[in-house]
Design a protein around this ligand. Structure first.
Ligand code: SF4
Length: 339
């Protein structure tokens, strides 16, 4: 068992220090801002030491804000603070946001491996379904495990890797959707349930099995996904007669004014009314502050996981953009996530 000192000496992630150093030296950069998710912040001293050891005189500052995704790049602070380079660790670039600030993305690939015992549990979980083909995707951290898992699964099933890298984000499942028609079930390599649940909502009707290298567990998420879908359908039903809406847009990569304008038109065409907010932090408290007897329902344009994961128990319906579109267009024949 590794203790805290061990993981600080030898982190279970590849922070690609040589790549960071190379970019800094080649650019002659002197002031660096590093942004990473809360779960990686424990490694800040290791990262600082390793860079300074190789580069010498360089100023390194870490962003203390939560970095849920690369959608919320700290580029405004990087520019305001005069940083030569922003290093974003923990994600790949968000497909819907191109920053004008010089940014290096370091995915922080996990060094964890998969045991034979875990593989056997994975087969046990898949055996519960009558399936011939399996699609496999991963969060970017575990993407290097994909070839091995595909190979093992191919001894029993027809296997398909998600398109491109085979990587998914909390609101980006195009790589899984692209292979949907070929596969009977999905395996996702990830920690937590966040990505697995999002995957299930994106490819409805297919079993989703999570292979978790952190906890060395296999979890069938299929029932949990069904439960969340039922909650979402209930929310849509609750908001179906809504006339007055609050639309909350986000900032940076979470700014979706293109979708907001579309929903605004739909609300107007139905004789409804709306007010618009923009915020980086969308919490229950914000909704409570906005709320009045005038408001019938909320639409969160920023991060589509907020209505599903954080605000699902708010006392008025809080919808994703795609859920609101179902109501406003009257097209409720199938559920869409995330857009
Ligand atoms: S799920 Fe939310 S936090 Fe994650 S990348 Fe998408 S918008 Fe960003």
């Amino acid at each position: 068992m590794l203790n805290n000192n061990d993981i600080l000496r030898e982190p279970p992630y590849d922070f690609e220090i040589e790549k960071i150093v190379d970019v800094i030296l080649r650019g002659g950069y002197k002031k660096i801002l590093i942004q990473m998710p809360d779960g990686l912040k424990i490694y800040s001293k290791y990262i600082r030491d390793e860079i300074v050891k190789r580069v010498g005189n360089v100023e390194i500052v870490f962003s203390g804000d939560s970095a849920w995704g690369s959608c919320l790049l700290d580029d405004v602070e990087a520019t305001r603070g005069g940083y030569d380079l922003l290093v974003h660790i923990g994600h790949i670039e968000y497909p819907y946001y191109k920053s004008s600030h010089r940014t290096l993305f370091i995915p922080a690939y996990s060094r964890l491996s998969i045991s034979e015992d875990l593989i056997s549990k994975l087969f046990d979980a898949l055996d519960l379904y009558k399936i011939n083909s399996v699609g496999v995707v991963s969060t970017i951290q575990h993407i290097k495990l994909l070839p091995e898992i595909l190979k093992v699964l191919s001894t029993r099933y027809k296997v398909f890797k998600g398109s491109g890298l085979g990587a998914v984000m909390g609101c980006e499942y195009s790589s899984a959707i692209a292979i949907s028609r070929y596969v009977d079930a999905y395996v996702i390599i990830s920690g937590g349930v966040f990505h697995g649940l999002g995957l299930g909502l994106s490819v409805l009707g297919k079993p989703v099995i999570k292979l978790d290298p952190y906890e060395s567990r296999v979890v069938d998420l299929t029932k949990e996904i069904d439960k969340i879908l039922r909650i979402r359908i209930h929310k849509i039903h609750e908001a179906s007669e809504a006339r007055n809406w609050v639309l909350i847009d986000g900032v940076k990569g979470q700014n979706r004014s293109w979708f907001r304008r579309y929903l605004e038109q739909l609300i107007k065409s139905r004789g409804g009314d709306y007010i618009v907010y923009v915020s980086e932090n969308i919490t229950k408290d914000l909704l409570i502050n906005i709320d009045s007897s005038w408001v019938d329902a909320y639409i969160i344009l920023a991060c589509p996981r907020i209505p599903i994961d954080d605000l699902y128990d708010f006392y008025k319906p809080v919808l994703t953009p795609a859920e609101a579109r179902m109501i406003l267009t009257g097209k409720k024949d199938r559920y869409y996530f995330p857009w």
